[in-house]
Design a protein around this ligand. Structure first.
Ligand code: ARG
Length: 473
């Protein structure tokens, strides 16, 4: 054979006088990881060929041959029969070479008005678009699991913390709904990022566009892109959409990591608020009593890995002059690993949250022990006319009195309360109860059980609306 491909393994073209060194071939090849884009590459080629035919650059016979050839290749790849060759560098050249083997000259015509530069940018965008849709589906599943648990515990009392010190009582449902808010914003970010991912680079060719009378709108329509990249140099070279995705993914992982940290703390026998289902934990090879929260710990660890990929992509981009540079081949592994890590983590977490068992007594006891209703007593004094700063001071004295004698605030006698402030009457004890405290935070965004139910209702509503949107699938 004398086509360009058989020569390529020795030298790229007549311009080269010696073949590429073996190590260099391995160093520059990307097929080991970019073969993952094969289905997107085929879809892009089909849309390109359809357009070439429509504008008269390809005969109907050639188009049909290309369609037939690409569909055999798709079947070969799906069946694991496709032979990937390192000599052919990347997914694009591997598929094109096979196409030419199968259908002859028509295969060689496919690359008219196209470059691997706009081809790869298109493939990544197609892949990322689908990946974002999968992630959004998983984010919805995780939110649903959190909402279900929040509903069961909309009135379950736990201590709320600041500085990891008991601060004020909250409901466990309210605490869980805080994460639903975070993951809802993560979903918004993914949705927004998808708009910028979903634009077509094809037509930019190598960098300057092409002299052929192409129809980019037609290709965009065929592939379901919402728009066409407006500048050919930008279209082939920038990977900001991938960086943006990794930033959004890093935030999802950061939220998962915060939740993980809490799960680990809550599951510590010293705290004992929750237990995780055995299938998410492991034991110790030496200490028979151990049940370790490996999954949350690992998710916390993997967050560093995803954030690392974000930094890798930012660094990859920052020194690149226009237009395409081979540096960009390095975008794929961080991007793929970010998506894989995030998808696996979300899948596991939706299940893990559903398996959380809550020890309501332990939560309640911890809330009761930490003087968590001290602010409520201060608020009571304010309602009786004392300025807040003075009330704060009086309650501090009450806390010291109780702490010194190993009691909780509501165990102080009426006489002791009077000695703290004559304004404290018998009704003060109501505001010291945990239920009184959470129930009184009864405004939008507050922890009162009724408000938690409202937040749950709103979140469920939002998820229903989302799942009806086509791009969220
Ligand atoms: N494998 C390359 C990449 O991932 C495809 C584009 C190559 N273009 C080039 N001019 N070498 O970026």
């Amino acid at each position: 054979m004398t086509d360009q491909f058989s020569k390529k393994s020795e030298a790229w073209s007549a311009r080269f006088t010696e073949p590429v060194a073996d190590l260099v071939k391995r160093y520059t090849a990307s097929v080991d990881f970019d073969k993952r884009l094969a289905m997107q590459d085929i879809a892009g080629s089909l849309a390109h060929a359809d357009m070439l035919q429509a504008v008269g650059l390809l005969t109907q016979t050639d188009l049909e041959a290309i369609q037939r050839g690409l569909s055999s290749i798709r079947a070969e790849i799906e069946a694991g029969r496709f032979v990937w060759s390192l000599d052919l560098e990347d997914v694009h050249l591997n598929i094109e070479k096979r196409l030419t083997e199968l259908i002859g000259d028509a295969g060689k015509r496919l690359h008219t008005a196209r470059s691997r530069n706009d081809q790869v940018a298109t493939d990544i965008r197609l892949w990322l678009r689908d990946t974002i849709d999968d992630i959004r589906t998983l984010l919805a599943a995780l939110q649903t699991a959190l909402i279900d648990l929040a509903e069961q515990h909309h009135a379950t009392i736990m201590p709320g913390f600041t500085h990891l010190q008991v601060a004020q009582p909250v409901t466990f449902g309210h605490h869980l709904m805080a994460y639903v808010e975070m993951f809802a914003r993560d979903d918004e970010r993914m949705h927004d990022c998808r708009r910028r991912v979903n634009r077509l680079p094809l037509g930019a060719a190598a960098l300057a566009g092409t002299s052929y009378p192409i129809d980019r709108e037609r290709v965009a329509r065929t592939l379901g892109f919402e728009g066409v990249c407006a500048n050919s140099l930008d279209a082939v070279s920038d990977r900001d959409f991938a960086i943006e995705f990794c930033a959004a993914a890093s935030l999802v992982m950061t939220h998962i990591s915060r939740l993980s940290e809490e799960l680990v703390i809550w599951m510590s026998p010293r705290v004992g608020f929750i237990d995780l289902a055995d299938r998410f934990c492991t034991g110790s090879s030496i200490m028979p009593q151990k049940k370790n929260p490996d999954v949350p710990e690992l998710a916390r660890g993997k967050t560093g890995r995803v954030t690392g990929h974000l930094v890798a992509l930012l660094t990859l981009m920052k020194g690149q002059p226009l237009a395409y540079n081979k540096d960009n081949q390095e975008d794929k592994e961080p991007l793929f690993d970010t998506a894989d890590t995030l998808i696996n983590t979300l899948r596991i977490f939706a299940d893990l949250v559903g398996g959380i068992r809550v020890n309501e007594q332990r939560m309640r006891q911890a809330a009761a022990e930490g003087f968590s209703t001290a602010t409520d007593l201060a608020d009571y004094l304010v309602r009786k006319g004392l300025p807040f700063r003075d009330a704060h001071e009086a309650v501090a004295r009450a806390v010291r009195l109780a702490a010194d004698s190993g009691r909780t605030l509501d165990a102080l006698t009426p006489a002791e309360m009077q000695s703290i402030s004559p304004l404290i009457g018998a009704d003060a004890y109501d505001s010291l109860t945990l239920e009184g405290s959470v129930g009184s935070r009864d405004h939008f965004g507050g922890t009162a059980p009724a408000r938690v139910r409202g937040a749950i209702e709103a979140a469920r509503q939002r998820l229903t609306t989302l799942s009806a949107q086509p791009s969220a699938r």
